[in-house]
Design a protein around this ligand. Structure first.
Ligand code: NCD
Length: 336
């Protein structure tokens, strides 16, 4: 039998989550960490969106660059796969003049049994100022935040199925660009809501920003528990769930967070919950279609919808860089 490693990567996580929970804001009110949208005020979220909007340039034009992170070092530690979030955090940091290190966790001393915190202390000794962390265990960014030196910041790049705060912000920015307001909008979040950190962060962000009608559309097995998404109307039918909405947010089935036996059959899923152009016609004519990606075309969304005129999926990606620039700048500016 294989012996367990001398210390586990997530050592320390067995403490109660709230013990690991550290305040996201400094005593002067400035943002120090971004671990979750919960607890941020509407004014804080709006300030981040305003800052991010200044970094948005149309696709094809030269990106905004600055030196507000000159001398700062950002480390990306991703223990779950990522394309957009990792690339956009790296580009965001570099475009603001930071040094960036991407730790290839599979090639790091993790495989020799080093704990996450020992890795963090090592990086701190190399003058890393900002830790960008994605992990399958929801408590990891908070655990790290409660152990780093006072000048350092931790930004969650996705924590288990619980939160993905920068995704919540980039989704809000994308909606604001398209609809120019939050008040009076109706938003449907569709698919594997139960296992989705994207859905949870979108819900927190949009409800704080004043979106009053957020609908959750999912088959029973992928519907979140009743004590979550409070105030959202729940729909088992996609047709009624998206009828008349302004925004449709499609989600990927999180197969990595469920047993194989729980996985819905792809064809049957598309027939009931896939967004086709016929179905999209049930929403408002100017409704926008969002997807955090990676997309499974033909399972949760039809290709012609993903690439169609109502899709803002590529705007979401572009806005992801801008939002991450805004968050990085905010936490570093607040140190002074
Ligand atoms: C999402 C994630 O990792 O939570 N992707 C992303 O960050 N844009 C969504 C997903 O994996 O389905």
């Amino acid at each position: 039998m294989r012996r367990p490693p001398p210390s586990s990567w997530n050592d320390g996580l067995n403490k109660a989550d709230n013990e690991n929970m550290t305040s996201q804001t400094r005593s002067d009110g400035s943002l120090r960490h971004l671990l979750t949208i919960e607890g941020l005020t509407r004014a804080q979220i709006e300030a981040l969106l305003d800052r991010a909007a200044k970094f948005v340039k149309p696709i094809g034009q030269a990106p905004v660059t600055a030196n507000s992170l000159g001398g700062v070092t950002v480390a990306n530690l991703f223990t779950e796969p990522s394309t957009r979030t990792r690339v956009s955090f790296e580009l965001a940091a570099k475009r603001l003049g930071a040094d960036v290190v991407n730790l290839e966790v599979q090639l790091s001393s993790r495989v020799k049994g080093e704990s996450m915190l020992d890795t963090i202390y090592t990086l701190e000794a190399c003058h890393v100022d900002v830790f960008v962390i994605r992990d399958a265990e929801a408590g990891v960014p908070g655990l790290v935040a409660s152990h780093v030196k006072p000048h350092a910041s931790v930004l969650s790049a996705g924590a288990g199925s619980v939160s993905h705060p920068t995704q919540g912000l980039l989704d809000a920015l994308t909606i604001l660009q398209a609809k120019k307001k939050f008040d009076g909008l109706s938003v449907a979040i569709v698919g594997d809501v139960k296992h989705s950190r994207v859905a949870r962060s979108a819900w927190h962000t949009l409800s704080t920003l004043g979106v009053r009608e957020i609908r959750v559309v999912a088959p029973k097995a992928l519907m979140p528990d009743n004590n979550e998404f409070t105030g959202c109307e729940r729909f088992a039918s996609l047709d009624s769930g998206i009828a008349g909405v302004d925004v449709i947010m499609m989600l990927r089935i999180q197969k990595e967070r469920m047993a194989t036996a729980q996985m819905p059959d792809a064809d049957r899923y598309f027939a009931k919950y896939g967004l086709s152009s016929e179905r999209l016609a049930k929403a408002k004519p100017d409704a926008i279609v969002m997807h955090p990606q990676p997309m499974n075309r033909g399972i949760e969304i039809a290709s012609d919808v993903a690439d169609g005129p109502q899709s803002v999926i590529r705007d979401q990606v572009r806005n992801g860089v801008a939002v991450r620039m805004a968050v990085l700048e905010a936490v570093i500016e607040g140190r002074k």
